[in-house]
Design a protein around this ligand. Structure first.
Ligand code: NAD
Length: 495
């Protein structure tokens, strides 16, 4: 576990020597003192990133060479997969097999953007057809500049990869701030950057509280672009901060995503995907399908099976063999989720399963997998993100009603539909007002496909080629090629 920030290619202790506790959510024990940066450290990090961008040593490097660095980072992550996955579990609480999956995906993300960096060399310049033969024009793609990346705690290294990989591929330099709850694997990324010889200043990693370290990145005039994943209220604040200097922004915020299950669906398949949609990563997933709408005929049998299976989920320390549900990430998140369940009850909902602290644990932030029914349509349980293993289930009659209920949300991150009728599934997929739609499944995420939200779930898209766009500007270069003078003011023979 590392005890320094990563600035200008080197380990750097915070100037004021601050630290903060890293807590294992399974045991509530302090397992490390992580470095806590201040605005002064952020300033050094941004200056290093600025220098590395402005001197062209990274931004003007051929994409193929940047791609080589990205591939080396991916290979180093894969080499240390088991060790990094274990750190992720200690820090975040998730079951080890999930962590392994995430870390493998993080490596895959660096590989994917290595490919796009290589391709960029051939795609940087595009000829623009003009209707006026006196001019020729081209559009040139250039990196945006210094990117500030601020990420949450639910997929610590993977969220870092989603931002750092495309930014570096585009030729940007980066200042990354992980969430204070989960900084360990981001600091391992720093160690990897040092090992692969990433040039100084290209990537900088500063850890510490969002209100100080994150805010200092947002406020820094030398940051050109902000990429943020986290909660809506902080996203709003970041947008406000960015507005001052017209910084570019991309936001990945929360959701309350619906999962519509028609009565021609297979009950076992539906229950499996509903569970994957809400209990995976303890439900701490922005795209979790936390509102399940089941067609009337299927409602009772599906609910029975869901409750049965929710009660059987093996809860435990993420490092214990067979664990399928670990602790929530922090005391705060644990308190928030239990408070949301209590509020649901007070608002008239029924707790069909779970609803409290998981029994048999004296320590650790364990919450039972919870199934809620009868949540009123205007209740917080139905409308607000809980970000825990808590699903609300209700029935619907017609397709039209299902679509109306599904879209009745200020969020629009994801939506899922299950039906044996492909045409109906496609119709509903088209009707969803959401950036990510799953048919006959929920949650599978591919680096190649665009990721992001409609409505209050965010701005912009990450992943795939769309993710690269976040870090590119477009420059028009137009040349006057006519043999004849322009002669608007100065006409030949009149001087
Ligand atoms: P959060 O918004 O509190 O924190 C996210 C990040 O922002 C952290 O690194 C935090 O330190 C930083 N931060 C906090 N205050 C800041 C400020 N004033 N200026 C700059 N940075 C600041 O969210 P969280 O509690 O870490 O994560 C949970 C939320 O994130 C959930 O609501 C969830 O929906 C959302 N989320 C969304 C996605 C997505 O892809 N859309 C992914 C993961 C999490």
């Amino acid at each position: 576990m590392r005890d320094a920030l990563y600035i200008d290619g080197r380990w750097a202790k915070p100037l004021q020597g601050g630290t903060f506790d890293v807590i294992n959510p399974a045991t509530e024990e302090v397992i490390h003192k992580a470095p806590s940066a201040t605005a002064e450290d952020v300033d050094l990090a941004v200056k290093a990133a600025r220098r590395a961008f402005d001197d062209g040593s990274w931004s003007k490097l051929p994409g193929a060479e940047r791609g080589r660095y990205l591939r080396s980072i991916a290979a180093a992550i894969r080499e240390r997969l088991a060790e990094i996955s274990r750190l992720e579990v200690l820090d975040n609480g998730k079951p080890y097999p999930e962590a392994e999956w995430d870390i493998g995906d993080a490596a895959g993300c660096f590989e994917f953007y290595a490919g796009l960096a290589e391709e960029l060399d051939g795609k940087r310049t595009e000829t623009v057809a003009l209707p006026d033969a006196r001019f020729v024009s081209k559009a040139v793609r250039e990196p945006v500049g210094v990117a500030g990346a601020i990420i949450p705690w639910n997929y610590p290294l993977l969220m870092a990869a989603w931002k750092v990989a495309p930014a570096l591929a585009a030729g940007c330099t980066v200042v990354l701030k992980p969430a204070e709850q989960t900084s360990l694997t981001a600091l391992e990324l720093a160690a990897i950057a040092i090992d692969v010889g990433l040039p100084p200043g290209v990537l900088n990693i500063v850890t510490g509280p969002g209100s100080k370290v994150g805010q200092a990145i947002v406020d820094h005039p030398d940051v050109d672009k902000l990429a943020f994943t986290g909660s809506g209220p902080i996203g709003s604040k970041i947008m406000e901060g960015a507005a001052r200097d017209i910084k570019r922004i991309s936001l990945e915020l929360g959701g309350k995503s619906p999962f519509v299950v028609f009565d021609d669906a297979d009950v076992e398949e539906a229950v499996e995907w509903i569970m994957f949609g809400i209990f995976w990563n303890q439900g701490q997933v922005c795209s979790a399908t936390s509102r399940v709408l089941v067609q009337e005929n299927l409602y009772a049998p599906l609910l029975d099976r869901l409750v049965e299976e929710a009660k059987r989920i093996r809860i435990g320390d993420g490092l214990a063999e067979g664990t399928l549900l670990g602790p929530l990430v922090s005391r705060k998140q644990y308190d928030n989720v239990l408070a949301a369940i209590a509020k649901a009850k007070a608002d008239g909902a029924t707790i069909a399963s779970g609803g409290g602290r998981a029994p048999n644990f004296n320590k650790g932030y364990y919450v039972e997998p919870t199934v809620i029914t009868d949540a009123p349509l205007d209740s917080d349980a139905w409308r607000e993100e809980i970000f825990g293993p808590v699903v609300c289930v209700r029935s619907f009659g017609t397709e039209e009603e299902a679509v109306r209920l599904a879209n009745d949300s200020r969020f629009g991150l994801a939506a899922a539909v299950m039906s044996a009728d492909d045409e109906r599934a496609e119709r509903v997929a088209a009707a969803f007002r959401a950036g990510i739609v799953w048919i006959n499944c929920s949650q599978p995420t591919f680096t190649e496909a665009p990721w992001g939200g409609y409505k209050q779930s965010g701005i912009g898209r990450e992943l795939g080629r769309w993710g690269l766009e976040n870090y590119l500007e477009t420059k028009q270069v137009t040349r006057f090629v006519s043999e004849d003078p322009w002669a608007w003011y100065i006409k030949k023979g009149e001087a």
